[in-house]
Design a protein around this ligand. Structure first.
Ligand code: OOB
Length: 545
């Protein structure tokens, strides 16, 4: 094993490391080793389905290993960062595993990201490569990847998946080699080294990078798999973008692969195709954000739920599931609901499959690990009794102690004792279950996709007509929240929503961050300390809808 301590990462304090090892949370294994182990038990079992591609465990591991050596042969090395921007397909899975195998660090960007986000992420991570698709939903990602590479000196390689690129070739095992696995084992990454960088929702400006190590992320997969009952009989359907923590590792695609089950990749949660896939592949577990759960329920009401016979569990998380929708899941979809309140920064709470309906339908679960520490505190950091809403603080064996290269921000997001503050307002019930009441962070949760108000405001200030700007959420029946902007204008200036959106499109912003309502006002309400009063604006927009 080669140790690599990446500058800019924050390790757990040594006493915690020791404890997590002694108590068995950290197994000192790499993520790839679990999949190699599953392949050893049942090499011919189906591991991965993506479109017409079906890979057995033997094939998956061979492709992972071939991919890993091909990446090294290109000149990439352990510790290098690669921006990965791929839709839910086999290439995403094989490339991610190939990186894990040799300690190359995938940076989990979203297919929706555009120039603005990718440039920032390439710069911050100092990525040496970008792996992308040729075209996803009519957008030319190759052109974008090449543009990023031309602007970012660190980016040496553009690897494109699809008919016109050569990434797929890198990930296919053209030269079976019985000595390859041993060669790769000899250079396996240290289990405390980074496996991947996940993106934070971003409460202050652009996303932060979250360093997930092999030890912590493998445990994340194992602990959530236990709570979701994953076994070799499990068939997981991933329809949310797989670079999100939820579909990737909670238990997600990796959970099914750790236990010898089958992962099925779909690029969209569109109900007709998702239902047909569930029926065809015998899917047992799927995950959704509340907006998708709503669409599936509506579709099932019209078309029946006969196609969902194999489905045992629907996980719902990413934003607050309304209690009224929660109670529809079992009658309308015929499966058990599992609420998931998680974060890319670590802590995952889940309702358990055998919990009573009262818990499943009205709480967002409890921590998946006995080593997860949770405190509910007031604004001054004093612990609150159960039943009282307060800010949630957490520490644990899969909750890292700091973002990558973000010293200043880390002092705000983490207490000196290493507690991460997610900005969510939560009630802990006496039975330990958590109910999410709201949040104190300046973020818009649009159907599970997180939008930082500050990032939007910074972009708005590029528009000359705007004097002051505030981004706030407005309630929406389908997505929960949408993005609304309030502005005051410079003298004699005028502004339309179309103009704002065109400007954002020119800058190259992910579509989910496009403002959906513009309110021009004479002045913005201020709080006692002179900040823009967002609560007043959120109340105001409700009156305008
Ligand atoms: C998941 O991860 P992120 O990093 O995209 O977002 C985390 C934030 C939380 O801090 C909270 O504000 C919100 O998303 N959230 C929920 C929620 N689940 C997440 N708010 C209310 N109810 C829920 N059930 O969103 C994520 C990561 C792993 C698993 C599931 C979700």
């Amino acid at each position: 094993m080669t140790t690599s301590i990446l500058p800019g990462t924050v390790p757990w304090p040594e006493d915690f490391q020791r404890r997590y090892r002694e108590e068995g949370y950290w197994a000192d294994r790499t993520i790839a080793s679990y999949i190699v182990e599953a392949a050893g038990k049942a090499p011919d079992a189906c591991a991965l389905v993506s479109g017409t591609t079906r890979l057995s465990y033997r094939e998956l591991v061979d492709q992972m290993d071939a991919g890993a050596e091909n990446l090294l042969a290109l000149g990439l090395k352990a510790g290098d960062r690669v921006l990965v921007q791929l839709p839910n397909n086999w290439q995403f899975v094989v490339l991610t595993l190939a990186c894990f195998r040799v300690g190359i660090i995938p940076v989990m960007t979203l297919p929706a990201h555009r120039r603005h986000e990718l440039l920032y992420l390439a710069e911050l991570s100092q990525a040496t490569a970008i792996a992308s698709a040729d075209v996803i939903r009519d957008f030319d990602h190759r052109e974008l990847a090449e543009e990023i590479a031309s602007l970012m000196p660190s980016v040496q390689h553009v690897l494109i998946s699809g008919a016109t690129g050569d990434l797929d070739e890198l990930l296919i095992d053209y030269h079976p080699d019985s000595t390859r696995a041993a060669r790769l084992d000899a250079i396996a990454p240290h289990p405390d080294s980074p496996a991947c960088f996940l993106l934070s929702g971003g409460t202050t400006g652009l996303s932060k990078l979250i360093v997930r190590t092999h030890n912590d992320y493998a445990y994340n997969v194992l602990a959530t798999s236990r709570a979701t009952g994953i076994s070799s009989d499990s068939v997981y359907l991933g329809t949310l973008p797989a670079s999100h923590n939820f579909p990737l590792a909670c238990p997600g695609v990796l959970g099914a692969l750790f236990f010898g089950g089958k992962s099925v990749m779909l690029p969209s949660p569109e109900p007709a195709r998702a239902f047909a896939t569930i029926a065809h592949e015998g899917v047992t577990v799927a995950s959704a954000v509340p907006a998708v759960a709503q669409r599936w329920i509506d579709y099932a009401k019209e078309n029946g739920s006969a196609q969902l016979e194999s489905l045992e569990v629907l996980q719902v998380g990413g934003s607050r599931l309304a209690d009224e929708l929660a109670v529809r899941v079992r009658p309308d979809l015929g499966c058990t609901l599992q609420q998931v309140f998680g974060m890319a920064e670590g802590l995952i709470n889940m309702t358990r499959l055998d919990d009573p309906d009262e818990i499943i339908c009205t709480t967002q679960g409890r921590p998946v690990s006995p080593a997860d520490e949770v405190r509910i505190v007031d604004a001054d950091g004093n612990d609150l009794p159960d039943g009282e809403p307060g800010l949630i603080l957490t520490r644990g064996p899969y909750t890292p102690r700091g973002y990558y290269l973000a010293e200043a921000h880390n002092t705000r997001a983490f207490t000196p004792e290493g507690w991460y503050s997610s900005g969510d307002i939560v009630v802990r019930r006496p039975d330990g279950y958590l109910v999410v009441h709201g949040r104190e962070k300046d973020m818009i949760n649009r159907g599970g996709e997180k939008i930082s108000a500050e990032e939007i405001e910074n972009l708005l200030y590029r528009i000359e007509a705007i004097d002051l700007a505030a981004a706030v959420s407005m309630p929406d029946a389908t997505l929960g929240e949408r993005l609304c902007i309030y502005v005051t204008l410079r003298p004699d200036a005028s502004l339309t929503l179309e103009y704002v959106r065109e400007t954002f499109a020119e800058i190259g912003i992910a579509a989910y961050k496009m403002p959906e309502k513009l309110v021009v006002v004479e002045s913005l309400p201020l709080t006692k300390v002179g900040k823009i009063d967002k609560k007043a604006l959120r109340d105001d927009v409700i009156g305008r809808l």
